[in-house]
Design a protein around this ligand. Structure first.
Ligand SMILES: NC(=O)c1ccc[n+]([C@@H]2O[C@H](COP(=O)([O-])OP(=O)(O)OC[C@H]3O[C@@H](n4cnc5c(N)ncnc54)[C@H](OP(=O)(O)O)[C@@H]3O)[C@@H](O)[C@H]2O)c1
Length: 316
């Protein structure tokens, strides 16, 4: 049996669907039924019920968006750092396998090959010089791998408060090397919903152009379970679909497949965008080879997007 913590949330729901689809026995756990932020309560439940895996899909992401974490700092630390530590310690003392949902937002930018053959991190992926390489999917562009140090953190003092806490949580989890750290990035699927990237793009009055690796939510939940079922080693995994996209490319796909009459309006530049947005956004490419080499299947991004557009279910 599997314990699913934070089952009531957006990501927790995706795990529920995937666990049910695979006929894996699980218990959906909410703080209202078992306060898993309380070490003693969680430890007692783990001792009594002996789940084979604890999926930690809870956390504080900010509502309506990550900007809220800039003002709700205490909640952000409690929900992302203290909670992860409490759960990790309860799993450690009861010898229970843990998998934590983390985020790719601890990175910013991507790696580009220079003329002299060395690789350099570029932070601003909207720089005109980089567009040709990004659009052509040049082999001179690479995403961050798990062993690359996070570069959007409190230590660099360049991050949003939310990203900073996700990085602190990941650094804390290094003390629990058996735990899986599953990095999700900009989730999307066919269910039209305020948290879905494809819905967000359509609902923003103005759209922010950038380049990112992104995760099909169902593929994400499935791949996370596979890391455990295949007995892969603990540690971080970039759980993103293979490849990357720009907001403009995705908006164009939405126009072509769903809304031919839609004409998205884009922010002119960062200066204009950050007059409204509070938190600095991470935009990054992530490499998922560690996952693929471990035997986990992750679809190419174009394939996942094509299927989502075929199955798109508009909100009622
Ligand atoms: N959504 C994204 O775009 C995204 C992207 C990358 C990573 N993530 C990560 O995925 C995890 C889940 O995110 P989500 O989008 O599913 O969030 P969500 O929809 O807000 O759900 C989070 C769940 O966590 C539980 N929770 C426990 N402690 C909490 C606290 N202090 N404040 C608020 N909720 C708390 C709540 O469930 P109960 O109270 O019922 O237990 C809540 O339903 C987080 O770690 C987040 O950082 C999310």
């Amino acid at each position: 049996m599997i314990f699913l913590l934070g089952a009531s949330g957006y990501v927790g729901n995706a795990f529920q669907r995937e666990l049910a689809r695979r006929n894996l026995a699980f218990q959906s756990i909410s703080r209202s039924t078992l306060d898993y932020s309380d070490f003693n309560l969680l430890r007692a439940a783990l001792k009594e019920q002996r789940p084979k895996l604890v999926i930690h899909a809870a956390g504080f992401t900010g509502k309506p968006n990550v900007d809220a974490c800039e003002s709700q700092r205490k909640e952000t630390i409690l929900g992302n750092v203290v909670l992860a530590q409490t759960i990790a310690q309860a799993c450690e003392v009861t010898d229970t396998q843990l998998g934590c949902v983390s985020s790719g937002c601890i990175y910013n930018g991507a790696k580009f090959k220079s003329a002299d053959g060395t690789w350099k991190v570029e932070i601003d992926l909207n720089l005109p010089d980089l567009q040709k390489k990004l659009i052509s999917r040049s082999t001179d562009v690479q995403g961050f791998i798990e062993s690359d140090p996070a570069n959007f953190t409190f230590a660099q003092d360049n991050c949003s408060f939310y990203s900073g806490t996700k990085d602190v949580a990941e650094k804390m989890l290094l003390h629990f090397p058996k735990a899986y750290v599953w990095r999700l990035r900009i989730p999307f699927d066919e269910h039209d919903f305020s948290r879905n990237y494809l819905s967000k793009i359509q609902r923003y009055p103005k759209v922010y152009q950038n380049w990112n690796s992104i995760s099909h939510l169902g593929d994400f939940a499935s791949a996370c379970l596979d890391t455990w079922l295949l007995g892969l080693e603990g540690g971080p995994y970039n759980v993103v679909n293979s490849g990357y996209c720009s907001t403009r490319e995705v908006a164009e796909l939405i126009r072509k497949n769903l809304r031919p009459d839609w004409e998205p309006i884009f922010w002119r530049n960062d200066q204009e965008f950050y007059q409204v947005a509070k938190a600095i956004r991470s935009n990054c490419l992530l490499d998922n080879s560690k996952l693929i080499q471990g035997g986990v299947k992750m679809r190419p991004l174009e394939e996942a997007l094509a299927e989502v557009f075929k199955r798109w279910r508009p909100a009622a």
